[in-house]
Design a protein. Structure first.
Ligand code: ZN
Length: 150
């Protein structure tokens, strides 16, 4: 009975949705045809809204339970070492190489801003209160000015 609770909750949510909306429609129409127009309309519209909110809340909760079951299962498998080999590439789009060198200078030479010689430089777009300029600058100046690689 307590296995696969996520699925049970989702199914229950669907049953509540169908029964609740049918009940609100039938009850509302019966009240309206018996001369209780205002109250009947309230039961009809209110009943549908309440049913819908109850249903999506329960459905969402069922989905959370299901997902956490899946996560727990994956973690357990991971701990046991079954899928440890190829999960590294799943979570990280960044390689060690571009993490270590985000600057990616294109050549070595003199920085046109600070004048440092024999450093890695790249053509950058510097945008500040003096306008937009393109200069070959070093990584330090790039960080200082907030320049972007061209
Ligand atoms: Zn520089």
């Amino acid at each position: 009975m307590y296995n696969n609770i996520g699925n049970i909750l989702k199914t229950t949510a669907l049953i509540i949705l169908i029964v609740g909306i049918a009940g609100a429609l039938i009850g509302g129409f019966i009240m309206i045809t018996n001369g209780l127009g205002g109250a009947g309309a309230a039961v009809l519209i209110g009943g549908c809204i309440v049913t819908w909110l109850t249903s999506i809340t329960l459905f969402g909760f069922g989905r959370i339970v299901e997902n956490s079951d899946t996560i727990a299962m994956v973690l357990k498998q991971n701990k046991a070492g079954h899928i440890e080999e190829d999960d590294e590439t799943v979570f990280s789009g960044q390689t060690e190489e571009n993490a270590a060198d985000p600057f990616r200078y294109t050549k070595t030479g003199q920085c046109e801003l600070c004048g440092a010689n024999d450093v890695g430089i790249a053509e950058c777009r510097i945008s500040d209160k003096m306008g937009i300029r393109y200069r070959n600058i070093c990584e330090r100046c790039m960080k200082k000015t907030g320049a972007k690689l061209v």
